[in-house]
Design a protein around this ligand. Sequence first.
Ligand code: ARG
Length: 398
Amino acid sequence: IVLAYSGGLDTSVIIRWLKEQYGYDVAAFSADLGQGEQLEPLREKALRTGASQIVIEDLRREFLEDFCMRALAAQAVYEGKYLLSTALGRPLIAKYLVDVARMTGATAVAHGSTGKGNDQVRFDVSIMALAPELKVVAPLREWDFSGRADEIEYAQKHGIPVEATKEKPYSIDRNLWGISIECGVLEDPWAEPPNDAYLITASPEDAPGEPLCLEIGFQEGRPISLDGEEMSLVDLVPRLNELGGRHGVGRCDLVEDRLVGIKSREIYEAPGATILYKAYAELEQLVLDRETLHFKQALSDKYAQLVYFGLWFSPLREALDSFFDNIKRLVTGVVRLKLHKGNCTPTGRKSPHSLYQYRLATYDQEDAFEHKDGEAFCKLWGLPWKVIGERGRRRIKE
Ligand code: ARG
């Protein structure tokens, strides 16, 4: 069995449990998605805890290129706030679990998600779609530890190292695209998130009084430069996380609808993604015609739901990507943004594909717009409403 392994208490205990409960030979798999932890030390830890092998992959580039960039081009946002960092990471991890399973001849994969979250769905469904023959085991859905203490006791009994047992107050998932934080005091939706819950963003009130201006360059939908300097995504995104974080950009607090039907309160930090989303939207606004722009906006929501609901490996997601890829070709240019005390405000935009025409927009002497045409335009545009007016406007409900 191949286990998605983080090196934390749960997945360490899972290795042992899978061997004991099912007699599985366990191969661990760990992916670097930019969670800011050294993964090499996991090698020894996994083997010491009972895994027979471990595969570690740096997936940061693939994560940004194939997952985050697509969400960016789709402008996918779940329930108006969440930029989907966790949701985008899961299908990528699932894809590699399947690869490692095929490489090692495993017949099953395992993950450490619980039975009431979204992540189990994303893992299970991705694996079902990619490798229907593989069995999926999620020990947290099955085992009967009655709580954390029980699990720690099991760990200690089996010589599994338990780090400083002081309960961590939050459950955190982190990658280059953002951080998801839940549990503890956050479970009271009325409680303001304490400042120590946030890991990479300053609170807006403590952020510098001086704003910071940035210029982000795009080439066919892909962010390629910061302040004129070309950068790879793997360098650019962490840099934007740092700059945005310093200025308190990219926090959000959301009571969200999980796929399994419950509402949960989670807070997020995504400074880099927030900056890129704003910049991208700004450029689209300049280069896309009105019909395409408005139609696309209606699809963003659908895309976000597909990602959130674990349907990454679905025909509709792929079809929507083809649509966004087509449009993306026009998203070339530069956007200037100002970061200040939690705000990220676009202040300028330019593109070789701009549809903005000064002579049409200006009210100065150079104005080339035919004002006279306005009258005929209004006459025809308003004609149906005039007919209704002549009939007499009737209220739907008398
Ligand atoms: N609610 C987010 C989602 O469904 C994040 C889930 C994981 N969050 C966490 N704090 N471990 O995508």
